[in-house]
Design a binder for this molecule. Structure first.
Ligand SMILES: C[S@@+](CC[C@H](N)C(=O)[O-])C[C@H]1O[C@@H](n2cnc3c(N)ncnc32)[C@H](O)[C@@H]1O
Length: 188
């Protein structure tokens, strides 16, 4: 997590990941988005009532985000971006990221690596190198850390990922505005 007391973290495709529970336990304010109603319903059932109350968003992350979302300190994507295949979808995703991420904020992208499988869960994926991530983020972003991580899926198949952490130019993380509060539930 960013080294600030109560970071706001945007998850563009939260799924039902236990990472959400972990981030809440550490006091993060979360914006939990997913295009899947079912995933959001399960997640709400599991974490409903936990504080701070997340901002819930049911939205295709390739489309322009609704107004009124909190500015975030960290954009945290594990296995979402790589499902966007068409160029306008990918461009829309990065436009959204730049809209909600504050100056000095961080982006963690964990996506199928160039050596990874061409499909995931029966769907084609767009595989990423750190170079392509950097190019799509643009010159405002600096690569802070990258590593190759091999996830072994439930059927035992290795799935090579690249995890890359970038930082946007601007105010240092320690200068973050700690007074921001999530806006009420937003739905597209
Ligand atoms: C492989 S799961 C990863 C979930 C979670 N990030 C994790 O690490 O466990 C991919 C998630 O992205 C969501 N997703 C796929 N395309 C999306 C889109 N265009 N907009 C928002 N969410 C999307 C799916 O519904 C799913 O919950």
């Amino acid at each position: 997590m960013p080294a600030i007391a109560t970071p706001t973290i945007f998850l563009p495709g939260a799924g039902t990941s236990l990472l959400v529970d972990e981030l809440l336990a550490r006091g993060a304010r979360l914006v939990l988005n997913d295009v899947s109603d079912e995933a959001l319903r399960k997640l709400r059932q599991r974490i409903g009532g936990r504080t701070p109350e997340p901002v819930w968003l049911h939205h295709d992350i390739s489309q322009p985000l609704p107004a009124g979302l909190p500015t975030c300190d960290l954009w945290l994507d594990r296995a979402v971006l790589h499902f966007l295949l068409e160029e306008p979808e990918i461009t829309g995703y990065f436009r959204n990221l730049r809209t909600v991420l504050r100056p000095g904020g961080h982006v963690l992208l964990a996506e199928f690596a160039p050596a990874g499988a061409p499909r995931c869960a029966g769907l084609d994926v767009h595989r990423y190198s750190t170079e392509e991530m950097a190019e799509r983020l643009g010159p405002e972003f600096t690569l802070r850390h990258a590593e190759d991580v091999t996830f072994v899926n439930p059927s035992g198949a290795p799935r090579p990922y690249v995890y890359a952490l970038f930082q946007r130019a601007g105010a240092d993380a320690s200068e973050a505005d700690q007074t921001k509060r999530p806006s009420p539930i937003a739905r597209s």
